[in-house]
Design a protein around this ligand. Structure first.
Ligand code: DGY
Length: 434
């Protein structure tokens, strides 16, 4: 295992580009928002300077309204599509004048990442000084979400693009694609030059992705217009769990820095409303799990995915509800023949064990589940997911995602997407030190 940790560190060092990390070479050659958070947790174990710099660089690209983009295009690269010329984030009046970026965001992990870094740190004083220098920016980001992304004042924020969810091509979105009919775009896919097309989204899926961006661009990424017009408008339990967990961390950290801060009161008010409405609106009794809600078409998306269990990490369910969630997770995703935790319901005809977010196991989701289960005292289940995670990484390498079907791992390489993938390496380091 010592060897595995060393190898993981090497992956991170290799993907470090003087101020920020790329998720992996060629396929993702820029800085991604939620990737950078998980990467910072990995670096915190052996190079705190880089961990802090990673976060600082991301926050430098924040817009003046508090928004943090999902990709920051720090460098020129022709291995990725769609690049800055397609996204045209500069159309928004508050966009960074210094950095090119997208006009969409990704799960707000930065708050809880700061707390994780603090816990890992051996020099608490230094870490607290660092946190003090960046925490208001993270707070402003949360403020943006509650101000601009919650049209019904429910404490539940929406995402307007599948790339904002982080679970880019989940079968969940098929329900939404069925309500849309975008034009056929002519463009050159770059991702499938680096990765087997069987492991990536289809061409038609990309038409949907680009079309939603075009609608947002037409309105200069104006939030109110997006809320009114985007065909994709979803309250996502994973995204909102990351926000709620980060609220909790910001409260803990502000208490360490300045316990009288007005911001604590605001964060507590957000927490109360968000958690109550999350439980009231996003829990499906029949499925016994949290689900997504399609705000554009006003329908719940009744599917099980690994996101259904993420609220455990954000302390959203009570004990009774957590017991239901764990039972379901084990029954549906935890069969003897499967590694935990497939990204989509293995019983569904939409399940695909090889294709990006349509079934494979992801180490970041596993990490979220492990940490959540530990909080509620489910140490055996947490241990099992940890063992599964480390086993598939050791067997296959630091891939982006993995086949959940165990026997495939005996027959062939069962790691897919990008190899030497940063967050897989980073969270492996964290799990080894858990
Ligand atoms: C991609 O290009 O697939 C990225 O994950 C979008 O964030």
């Amino acid at each position: 295992m010592e060897n595995l940790e060393k190898k993981a560190q090497n992956v991170l060092v290799q993907n470090w580009k003087d101020g920020f990390s790329i998720p992996c070479a060629k396929l993702y050659p820029f800085q991604w928002k939620w990737d950078s958070g998980f990467i910072a947790i990995g670096f915190a174990h052996f190079d705190m300077d880089k961990a802090e710099k990673e976060i600082e660089t991301l926050l430098n690209a924040q817009w003046s309204n508090g928004f943090i983009p999902h990709i920051v295009f720090h460098t020129e690269s022709d291995t990725y599509f769609p690049g800055p010329d397609f996204h045209r984030a500069d159309l928004h009046p508050n966009a960074s004048k210094e950095y090119k970026s997208t006009g969409m965001t990704q799960p707000p992990v930065t708050g809880f990442v700061l707390e994780e870094m603090y816990k890992i740190s051996k020099d608490k004083k230094r870490s607290l000084a660092f946190i003090e220098s960046v925490i208001d920016k993270v707070y402003d980001n949360h403020s943006y979400f509650y101000r601009e992304r919650d049209p019904k004042n429910e404490g539940l924020v929406y995402i307007y693009h599948n790339w904002e969810s982080g679970t880019d091509n989940s079968p969940l979105w098929d329900d939404i694609w069925a309500t849309m009919n975008p034009p056929v775009y002519t463009f050159e896919r770059r991702d499938i030059k680096h990765v087997d097309p069987a492991e990536r989204p289809t061409q038609r899926e990309y038409d949907h992705y680009l079309h939603i961006i075009d609608i947002a661009k037409k309105h200069n990424y104006n939030d109110a217009k997006i809320a009114e017009l985007s065909p994709f408008l979803v309250q996502d339990p994973l995204f909102n769990s990351m926000l709620i967990k980060s609220n909790e961390s910001l409260i803990n950290l502000y208490k360490l820095i300045d316990s009288s801060s007005e911001k604590i009161k605001q964060l507590e008010a957000w927490q109360e409303k968000s958690i109550a409405n999350f439980n009231a609106k996003l829990f499906d009794e029949e499925l016994g799990a949290y689900i997504h809600y399609d705000l554009r078409n006003e329908v719940p998306l009744k599917h099980l995915s690994s996101s259904s269990f993420a609220p455990i990490y954000a302390n959203i369910p009570d004990k009774e509800r957590t017991a239901i969630l764990v039972k379901n997770m084990l029954e549906v995703f935890g069969k003897e023949e499967h590694y935990l935790c497939a990204s989509f319901d293995p019983r569904s005809n939409r399940f695909n064990p090889k294709k990006y977010w349509r079934g494979p196991v992801w180490i970041n989701l596993n990490w979220i589940l492990i940490k959540g289960l530990q909080q509620y005292g489910y140490h055996d289940v947490a241990e099992r997911i940890k063992k599964d995670s480390l086993e598939i990484v050791e067997k296959n390498g630091f891939y982006e995602y993995f086949n959940p079907i165990k026997k495939v791992h005996l027959e062939e390489n069962a790691g897919y997407g990008g190899n030497d993938f940063s967050w897989t390496a980073a969270l492996t380091i964290d799990l080894l030190n858990d």
